[in-house]
Design a protein around this ligand. Structure first.
Ligand SMILES: NC(=O)c1ccc[n+]([C@@H]2O[C@H](COP(=O)([O-])OP(=O)(O)OC[C@H]3O[C@@H](n4cnc5c(N)ncnc54)[C@H](OP(=O)(O)O)[C@@H]3O)[C@@H](O)[C@H]2O)c1
Length: 331
């Protein structure tokens, strides 16, 4: 475990020279993304943060943006409105960012939830949470990679379930459309594996970029209440149980934000960033070099070698091809 003290000591070294000067947060209107933005702004460094969120969150986010400006007058928060579950809108948002920036240092992706209720599809025909947790995230990366490559220490973080991959996925039904293939648990496990499979492929094609698939641990963000059908009694019972457990065993908002700032800035993952005197992070191929890092809630690398080897051998080709074909019209 990387201790909280080590995390705080490392984050204390984030300044104008070492901070991700330009970052894009998708999912930063709430939860882990929001806490990480607060931690980043609190360093006092001169940063520009694109905060991407849907129209309905603009008003509630205004107070947060004011808070950030008060904490750090050198933080330039650029509210960027968009419906990130829709791939056509992801493309539009990325075009806006590409027009304004020539370089991005950090892309932080955390929109989503487990699909507890009945299957809901976007107007583009994708299961809503799969779009948020997988396709939309991968599309943001593909669009913004040319800008990330211009950074000295580019980093992409997808917050979901790194290290939790199971060896067996529905490779012939990646979108879980066949009867019996879809449920909250099956969905989350499929989307976790898809993230790692595709991110690892991107990491191999882009050796200068550090990719992290983070498992945030338990953090009370209201996430357990999302994804349910309206008025569900089960939802209330579930939220009560999960939130009680999180209360006793979860991370505080502050610590979650600091841990993810560490993941966003430390040289522990790939060698670039704030110097790290501890054990070097090991990527999904078991090497201490750039690549895909599966990072757990303790900020430890958990390569999940057995499952990842099987996924790599059996499914990576098919899943990567399917994903690229599905995203192609939006590139
Ligand atoms: N929190 C945990 O304990 C935990 C544990 C393990 C894994 N995870 C996973 O880690 C990721 C981040 O978790 P979190 O707790 O930070 O999440 P969160 O606070 O519940 O939500 C994160 C973001 O998702 C966006 N979002 C949700 N539904 C949306 C929709 N239909 N359309 C557009 N945006 C939508 C939210 O936007 P709005 O603000 O507009 O609603 C918010 O910005 C999630 O994928 C979650 O499943 C979380």
């Amino acid at each position: 475990m990387v201790s909280y003290k080590e995390i705080q000591d490392s984050n204390a070294l984030v300044n104008d020279a070492t901070a991700p000067r330009v970052s894009v947060f998708v999912g930063g209107t709430s939860g882990v993304g929001k806490f990480t933005i607060r931690a980043l702004a609190s360093t006092g460094a001169s940063v520009r943060i694109y905060l991407v969120g849907r129209k309905s969150s603009e008003e509630p986010t205004r107070a947060f943006i004011q808070e950030l400006s008060a904490i750090n007058p050198k933080a330039d928060i650029v509210w960027t409105e968009g419906e990130v579950s829709l791939l056509a809108d992801v493309k539009r948002i990325c075009e806006i960012i590409k027009e304004k920036e020539s370089r991005i240092d950090l892309l932080f992706l955390s929109a989503g939830y487990a699909p507890f209720g009945t299957r809901k599809e976007t107007s583009e025909g994708l299961e809503l949470s799969q779009s948020l947790e997988y396709y939309s995230r991968m599309l943001f990366i593909l669009h913004l990679l040319p800008l990330l490559r211009q950074s000295e220490a580019p980093r992409v973080i997808s917050v979901l379930g790194g290290g939790m991959e199971r060896a067996s996925i529905k490779v012939d039904d990646p979108d879980l459309k066949q009867p019996g293939n879809f449920s909250a648990i099956k969905g989350q496990m499929q989307y976790i594996a898809l993230n790692s499979i595709f991110l690892e492929r991107l990491a191999s094609d882009n050796p200068d970029v550090a990719f992290i698939h983070s498992l945030p641990g338990w953090v009370n963000t209201g996430n357990a209440r999302r994804g349910w059908d309206e008025g569900s009694i089960l939802a209330r019972v579930f939220a009560f149980v999960v939130e009680s457990l999180i209360f006793f065993f979860g991370f505080s908002h502050e610590e979650s934000g600091q841990r993810h700032l560490f993941e966003s800035t430390s040289a522990a993952f790939g060698g670039r960033g704030i110097p790290w005197g501890g054990k070097s992070g090991v990527n999904s191929l078991g090497k201490s070099e750039n690549g895909l890092f599966l990072v757990n809630h303790k900020c430890e690398c958990t390569p999940n070698a057995g499952a990842m080897a099987k996924l790599r051998e059996k499914d990576q080709g098919k899943i990567s091809e399917h994903t690229k074909n599905l995203l192609q019209p939006y590139l």
